[in-house]
Design a protein around this ligand. Structure first.
Ligand code: FES
Length: 125
């Protein structure tokens, strides 16, 4: 789990994250710059990452909010096809095999999803 602290930020309702469905997109400040991030649900667990491939600093969705491969097993980068394991964001196949997406810690409580800011990732106000 990545280092995190501070008050959790509301992201969406739990029902907005369907199993292997479209992502909930959001923006965060990374070292003061606004960057794209996304949350998806896989095997009932909500996970979130920066929308930035570990191969090249490109956004990965092949259409806005769409990250899944055809079988709904991996997060795929539309640029060169890297496949990422949803639970930990590790590239299992592709040009950046073994590298990881930048994870954002999530929690779910009372039907709501929250993300945790960290030293490098802060809310956009
Ligand atoms: S930019 Fe994602 S696989 Fe190359």
């Amino acid at each position: 789990m990545p280092e995190s602290w501070g008050e959790p930020e509301w992201l969406c309702a739990s029902a907005d994250l369907r199993e292997c469905g479209d992502a909930v997109m959001f923006d965060v400040l990374e070292n003061g710059l606004s960057v794209s991030a996304f949350a998806v649900r896989f095997r009932s667990v909500a996970v979130a990452y920066l929308n930035r491939c570990a191969h090249l600093p490109a956004q990965m969705d092949w259409q806005p909010g769409r990250f899944w491969d055809v079988e709904g097993r991996y997060i795929v980068c539309a640029m060169h096809g890297a496949l990422y394991d949803p639970p930990d964001g590790r590239c299992v196949l592709g040009p950046c095999r073994g590298a990881h997406l930048t994870a954002i810690t999530l929690t779910e409580k009372d039907g709501q999803v929250y993300w945790y800011p960290s030293q490098h990732l802060q809310p956009v106000f």
